[in-house]
Write a protein that binds this ligand. Sequence first.
Ligand SMILES: NC(=O)c1ccc[n+]([C@@H]2O[C@H](COP(=O)([O-])OP(=O)(O)OC[C@H]3O[C@@H](n4cnc5c(N)ncnc54)[C@H](OP(=O)(O)O)[C@@H]3O)[C@@H](O)[C@H]2O)c1
Length: 285
Amino acid sequence: MKLLITGAGGQLGREWVDFCQDHGVSYNSFSSTELDITDDDKVDKIIADVAPDVLINCAAYTKVDDAEENKQTALKINAESVKELADVCKRHNVKLVHYSTDYVFSGSISDKENNPEGYKEEDSTDPVNAYGYSKLKGEEAIKNSGCEFLILRVSWLCGQYGHNFIKTMLKLGSERDELNVVNDQFGSPTFADQVVEQTFELLQQNKTGLYHLSSEGITTWHHFSKEIFKQKGINVNVNPVSSAEFPTKAKRPFFSKLSTQKISNVDGVPILDWKAGLQRLLKQL
Ligand SMILES: NC(=O)c1ccc[n+]([C@@H]2O[C@H](COP(=O)([O-])OP(=O)(O)OC[C@H]3O[C@@H](n4cnc5c(N)ncnc54)[C@H](OP(=O)(O)O)[C@@H]3O)[C@@H](O)[C@H]2O)c1
């Protein structure tokens, strides 16, 4: 199986490159400077030249707050270019793997009460911010394109590369004695190395369609930060605060736990509890 990886300089893209190198998987990877996915002609030429079996799209506009003021850019990268990728994949008979987000859901507190196991793949979407809207439009474009695809929604993505919540907490924990962390947004982290392993297993089993990839269990950012400091033995006072006390440009869903039911029914795809996933990642950092 030959892979073409876009967005290869990002958190997930770098994890994919590591995986391919470690497992002897044939791949070509392109960072944002090597291949801008908004450059339709170049995308078409590179896919024709490389002739991959699978395109792994890790490229995305991921700045959730900035997307509120840059809606057109977010839509261009997360939806219009994704439509073009899907069309090119269809023309060249390439399977498209694309990553999406828990932020496609509205995440109201009533959804948490009615659905404590988390959102299922077939649940209705209703994003509360521009980033989530742009990602949803990308999903829809792929589904409408007629290409063969895997769309994998992930939540609270954390890995050894790039920026993420765990790295931010470790930095703040080394600088301060006291932190305020939001305690009314519920979800579950997804770990980048597990995303890559699970995606590869799905590809090997020739699976298609939409899957949620996340950890078992549910937490809040506040409890997540406390667990990070506990596992690292860092002494920081973490105060729980509400989203209202910690305003951001983009609204966040109060509840965005992704159900792991569908993915856990796939053979050979173990799902770790979020605390075990955290332990594994902290050893890598
Ligand atoms: N991070 C999370 O918490 C989270 C949560 C849910 C879902 N997701 C989804 O998971 C996927 C991977 O996210 P991530 O955390 O790996 O994101 P990331 O670290 O921000 O990586 C995204 C990569 O895409 C590149 N990129 C941006 N615009 C591009 C363009 N026009 N052409 C080519 N490359 C471009 C970026 O390059 P530059 O840095 O040079 O711009 C960056 O290397 C995304 O689809 C994201 O929406 C992430």
